[in-house]
Design a binder for this molecule. Structure first.
Ligand SMILES: O=P(O)(O)OC[C@H]1O[C@H](OP(=O)(O)OP(=O)(O)O)[C@H](O)[C@@H]1O
Ligand SMILES: O=c1cc[nH]c(=O)[nH]1
Ligand SMILES: [Mg+2]
Length: 209
């Protein structure tokens, strides 16, 4: 069964409360989403593997630590996931970036695929899938399935707000994918929006409504 990490860092909680407000405009919303993504990246990379490295400082020789193991990739689910990419890359700048385009059909709530471009060696990388919202779980489970079909073996999923329904579906369909969740909300409404949530993350990041 996957591990569900709910972020308890005060800065993450504070920033999430801030962007929930309908009074926060596009510029600030986008900036703070990026900041939250950076802080969540810090938490989601805690278990990356290290190896010893010899270093000569201006004072003496010593042994330090450096990252080892698989290379990394960040894969945003378009559009809203794009808002998390720069924050992730500010901590893991050598990561490659793939894109998966999905939108949720407003009638059926099923994900519709419209784009997929991944690093050629993505099957050799640890992949961080990012999307601010995990609602029914349709989009994230589909994106992760697409990555698995390309041979990706180690996947983590990061979202800023999740509904219990989405978490349950992710754990059922992808029990090998650990979840990093900024805040776990109450439920979905009749339109499958997260309550209390923050509205439509893509529209708020790009100012399309
Ligand atoms: O868990 P689900 O029920 O699938 O809902 C979550 C999805 O819905 C939103 O995307 P949306 O379809 O609004 O596309 P957008 O990012 O282009 O706005 C969100 O960014 C997720 O991708
Ligand atoms: O609450 C929700 C649900 C799906 N997508 C969003 O952007 N927000
Ligand atoms: Mg949207």
């Amino acid at each position: 069964m996957s591990v569900v990490h709910i972020m308890d860092h005060p800065l993450i909680q504070h920033k999430i409360s801030y962007i929930r407000s309908e009074e926060v405009g596009t510029k600030e919303f986008r900036e703070v989403v990026g900041e939250i993504a950076g802080l969540m990246c810090f938490e989601a990379t805690r278990d990356l593997k290290l190896q010893d490295v010899k270093i000569k400082t201006p004072i003496s020789e010593t042994v330090g630590k450096e990252l080892t193991g698989k290379k990394l990739a960040v894969v945003p689910i378009l559009r809203a996931g794009l808002g998390m990419v720069d924050g992730m890359l500010s901590l893991i700048p050598a990561a490659k970036v793939g894109h998966i385009g999905l939108y949720r059909d407003p009638e059926t709530f099923e994900p519709v695929e419209y784009y997929c471009k991944l690093p050629a060696d993505c099957d050799e990388r640890e992949v961080f899938v990012v999307d601010p919202m995990l609602a029914t779980g349709g989009s994230s489970t589909a994106a992760i399935q697409m990555l698995k079909e390309k041979g990706v073996k180690r996947i983590r999923f990061l979202c800023i707000i999740a509904a219990p329904e989405g978490v349950e579906r992710m754990q059922k369909e992808h029990p090998d994918v650990d979840l990093y969740i900024g805040a776990l909300d109450e439920r979905l409404n009749e339109h499958k929006y997260i309550v209390p949530g923050l509205g439509d993350a893509g529209d708020r990041i790009f100012g399309t409504k």
